[in-house]
Design a protein around this ligand. Structure first.
Ligand SMILES: C[S@@+](CC[C@H](N)C(=O)[O-])C[C@H]1O[C@@H](n2cnc3c(N)ncnc32)[C@H](O)[C@@H]1O
Length: 367
């Protein structure tokens, strides 16, 4: 679009208002309705609702709208637990009952597995819920700028002054109150409920324990080698080290690897390096029939080289922990040439937000 056409186009479409029947809620949290066949994505709506929406962005294949009026609200609609909800960029689902958030997320994972993962019947396990629907986050990162301390708005790059974050644990909110009282200098601040090294850590303690339980149920009771790729400070490696002869963790964060090494047992080893190269080498050296691999990559999932290394030397058991169902599904689609997908378990690590955690169990196919 040219510079002149762009703003004009936006101004015209910003004036358009449509009435929509919301049909579904997509991964990411937006309700989907149709205007003359074209999909319109509207945040803060629920399937079954009739709404009026203002079109704010119009593309060839789809449009984006903002909710103007709820003509026919869903019975699953509830009052949000946070005064900043709707403006703050953090949460997408506080207007939906917790029970229904779980149903939506489970369905979104299953749909991703069907559409992107090429699984006709995804072997879904029940969604693991969070015992705390609010007050569960053991860390938050806030930003300070010109005397304002808070989170960025969802629509524009502007800070909202946040006094309290209801999805954060009480200890985190206490740290926020202290930071605000101290008149923090401009910058980013990660506030934590637990002390410890400044490295990646699971966000929701109770659901992280449920994740460990799920992995424990999948892993063989004993084995020769467990590779924990993207191990951070060894959250999984340390839990499962007692049931393997040897555990090797790989992460490129040196601070995380140092922290993992500090209290390592004699059968634990941690490698500071890129999974792309280290994993290929490690799998090539291993007795694959007695090797289990845990993968917990960032949201981008596995690179083509990592998938290639796994397919060239496939371990007997693989557990893929993901915080992004579409990239999990993309990787699973390719890994199916050598692996069967035994189960997929969604976990609600991040209630009230659109984020979903999922764990897939893959087993090597008999040749
Ligand atoms: C989702 S975190 C998982 C951490 C760990 N499994 C845990 O539960 O605490 C992803 C980790 O992958 C690491 N990482 C990302 N890309 C990597 C790469 N290409 N090679 C090695 N480590 C990588 C990051 O440093 C981060 O610690």
């Amino acid at each position: 679009m040219s510079g002149r056409k762009g703003p004009f186009h936006i101004r015209v479409s910003a004036m358009r208002q449509v009435e929509l029947q919301i049909e579904d809620v997509a991964f990411g949290g937006k309700g989907i309705g149709r205007d003359e066949g074209k999909a319109v994505f509207v945040p803060f709506t629920i399937e079954g609702e009739r709404v009026t929406a203002k079109i704010v962005r119009e593309k060839k294949q789809f449009a984006e709208g903002e909710l103007v009026e709820l003509l026919d609200p869903s019975p699953r609609r509830v009052a949000p637990g946070c005064p900043y909800f709707g403006r703050c960029g953090g949460c997408a689902y506080q207007h939906i009952s917790y029970e229904h958030q779980l149903e939506l997320k489970a369905k979104q994972v299953e749909q991703a597995m069907r559409r992107i993962g090429r699984l006709a019947e995804p072997p879904m396990h029940p969604m693991v819920l969070s015992p705390l629907a609010y007050g569960y986050r053991n860390r938050i990162t806030v930003h300070a700028e010109d005397g304002i301390v808070g989170f960025y708005r969802r629509d524009v790059h502007k800070l909202i002054d946040i006094e309290r974050c209801p999805i954060a644990a009480p200890e985190v909110n206490e740290a926020l109150a202290q930071l605000r009282a101290a008149r923090a200098r401009d910058g980013h601040y990660t506030l934590r409920a637990h002390s410890g090294p400044r490295v990646f850590a699971q966000t929701n303690d109770a659901v992280a324990e449920a994740l460990v339980d799920r992995i424990k149920a999948i892993l063989p009771a004993e084995g020769k080698l467990l590779v924990d790729a993207f191990c951070g400070a060894g959250f999984f490696a340390k839990r499962f080290a007692p049931q393997f002869e040897r555990v090797v963790g790989i992460d490129w964060d040196r601070f995380a690897i140092d922290a993992a090494q500090k209290d390592a047992a004699t059968n634990e080893a941690y490698v500071a390096g890129d999974v792309t190269t280290e994993l290929r080498w490690l799998l090539q050296q291993s007795d694959l029939a007695t090797t289990a691999l845990i993968l917990d990559p960032p949201a981008t999932g596995l690179s083509a080289e990592m998938r290639g290394a796994i397919l060239d030397s496939p371990p007997a058991t693989m557990i893929y922990v993901s915080c992004n169902p579409p990239t999990l599904a993309r990787d699973v689609a390719e890994l199916q040439s050598r692996f069967s997908v035994v189960s997929i378990t969604p976990l609600d690590m991040f209630p009230q937000t659109a984020e979903i955690e999922a764990v897939a169990h893959l087993q090597i196919k008999a040749l």
